[in-house]
Design a protein around this ligand. Structure first.
Ligand code: ARG
Length: 513
């Protein structure tokens, strides 16, 4: 057993090392983005209207930032190619130089300036609090104490919310998701950039949300570049030119009413502050906390999935045609659509639907995640169980019948024990897949293992070390699970077991006994 185990572990550790080597080797190849002299690859997170958003008609990214960077590219003689990325992926991409620049309503902060370079400020903004219209209990930053706040991951809004005492913070991948959470009644407030929340209220017709209190911060947006990038001077010169010749004001007028304010040449934030380095002890504690949530999610989803899956499996082999048909539709739907879509549908879609119908429904995050995961797992397990049961030879049923067993007894004593052995390996696979799939719950702001990693990267910008650590924790969990299932299989194997018993019996009795 030990020899077998260690060789499996050796293989796993080998695979891990191979992965690391590959990543390191890739790092040595000069990045393409830098070589192609002409085109600038510029990253953005396109759910931040009016700065960047998808044009519904054409599918292109449009917005103030996009017009501005195109104008800068034109002035500097570089065509611009826009690349869409998650907001918390922009700085790591700049660090690895897979992007030439990023323009994404990104605030110039001293922390960020330690790992990337910023152009001169191109927009003046600040953070504001948004609440639902009927809410009069929150009027200022102080009133947020102990409240539930939604923010976008990796943003200055997320940092600001951390300063609130006793608040429960949920982080989302996009500002619109955070606002949807507010509308769905699961949080009390959203801390986000004022122009974006205003735009959502006025232009995107987000009814029922208002801004309260004063601006929490004064922020300046800058174009972000890899540290030491030679394009910095070019971009600054082009930006200066556009401000001088009125092109900047023209673009400003297109997206915002009125005249642009005067911009400083250096962001005031750059005179103070330091990046929070990577604290390994803290990382470990955060990952363990996340791992616990992952385990809980897996455990409950698998449990409910198993119960549901068994019911569906029996329904699938039952003689009732409509029931069979209904279960088929269910299984096909949940197997045939991405889990991520199911998660969004259940978490954001269903409450929105009910609210549209005039009911005040919103469910708890854990419930939504477990519900979505269990429904998905049950669909897979139902097929596995059905296949297992149907793989047992007809003759077994007949033999049991001739022993005067009723169908329930036959199932209990003859068919199921044999079927169970056959379904154990695919069951184990399903369990391991589930452990990994729980990471999808991160998108609904669930702080499971992967999200904990993301949150750490969002403040330390150490993507490689942190995600490697996250991967190792997952690997440990899946390895333990696979070991447990292997053991269970060995235990359930009647041949292996009687062999063992025979060996044990053949051992000479200890002397003097
Ligand atoms: N200004 C804020 C920050 O820099 C939020 C920017 C979010 N941008 C976006 N495209 N989602 O943190």
């Amino acid at each position: 057993m030990f020899r077998k185990l260690s060789s499996r572990w050796l293989k796993r550790i080998g695979a891990l090392w191979l992965g690391c080597l590959l990543v390191l080797a890739l790092g040595y190849f000069p990045s393409q983005a830098q070589d192609s002299a002409a085109v600038w690859e510029v990253g953005t997170e396109p759910t931040f209207p009016p700065f960047e958003m998808k044009d519904e008609a054409t599918g292109n990214v449009i917005g103030f930032d996009i017009d501005l960077i195109n104008a800068i590219g034109e002035a500097a003689g570089h065509p611009v190619k826009i690349i869409s990325l998650p907001f918390d992926g922009l700085i790591p991409s700049l660090q690895s130089k897979t992007l030439d620049a990023a323009i994404s309503g990104m605030t110039i902060t001293a922390e960020r300036a330690q790992t990337i370079d910023f152009s001169r400020p191109y927009f003046e903004a600040g953070l504001a609090i948004a609440v639902v219209e009927g809410n009069d209990s929150i009027q200022s930053f102080e009133d947020l104490k102990g409240k539930r706040i939604a923010v976008q991951i990796g943003t200055t809004g997320a940092e600001k919310a951390k300063e609130v005492e006793g608040a429960t913070i949920s982080t989302f991948d996009g500002a619109p998701l955070a606002l949807q959470e507010l509308l769905n009644g699961r949080v009390d407030a959203v801390v986000n950039d004022l122009p974006v929340t205003l735009y959502a209220i006025n232009e995107a017709n987000l009814k029922g949300i208002k801004i309260v209190g004063e601006l929490l911060t004064e922020e300046y947006y800058g174009i972000a570049l890899p540290k030491g990038s030679e394009n910095l001077a070019t971009i600054n010169a082009a930006l200066g030119e556009l401000i001088e010749n009125g092109t900047y004001a023209e673009i400003f007028g297109k997206w915002f009413a009125g005249e642009p304010p005067d911009l400083p040449e250096i962001a005031p934030a750059l005179s103070s502050g330091t990046a929070s380095g990577l604290d390994w002890g803290l990382l470990f504690r955060n990952l363990m906390r996340g791992a616990w949530v992952t385990i809980m999610l897996t455990f409950f989803s698998f449990l409910f999935g198993l119960i549901g899956g068994s019911l569906v499996a029996f329904a699938l082999i039952s003689p009732f045609k409509p029931l069979r048909w209904l279960c088929r539709v269910y299984v096909d739907f949940f197997r045939g659509t991405p889990m991520l879509v199911q998660l969004f549908m259940i978490y954001f879609g269903i409450p929105a639907l009910f609210q549209g119908l005039g009911f005040d429904v919103s469910f708890n995050r854990f419930f939504a995640a477990v519900l979505a995961l269990s429904l998905n797992v049950a669909a897979y397990l139902a097929e596995i169980l059905r296949g297992g049961i149907q793989s047992i030879d007809r003759g077994q049923w007949e033999a049991a019948e001739s022993l005067a067993m009723n169908p329930i007894e036959t199932m209990r004593y003859v068919v199921f024990p044999q079927a169970f052995r056959r379904i154990l390996p695919p069951l184990g696979n399903e369990f391991i897949t589930l452990i990994k799939d729980t990471s999808l719950a991160a998108v609904i702001g669930f702080e499971e293992l992967f999200r904990e990693g993301q949150l750490t990267v969002a403040t330390t910008y150490r993507a490689f070390e942190v995600y490697l650590a996250v991967a190792i924790v997952y690997l440990v969990m899946t390895s333990i699970a696979s070991m447990v299932f292997k053991r269970l299989e060995a235990y359930m194997d009647p041949i292996g077991r009687s062999e063992k018993q025979r060996k044990a019996a053949a051992k000479p009795a200890p002397l003097g006994a």
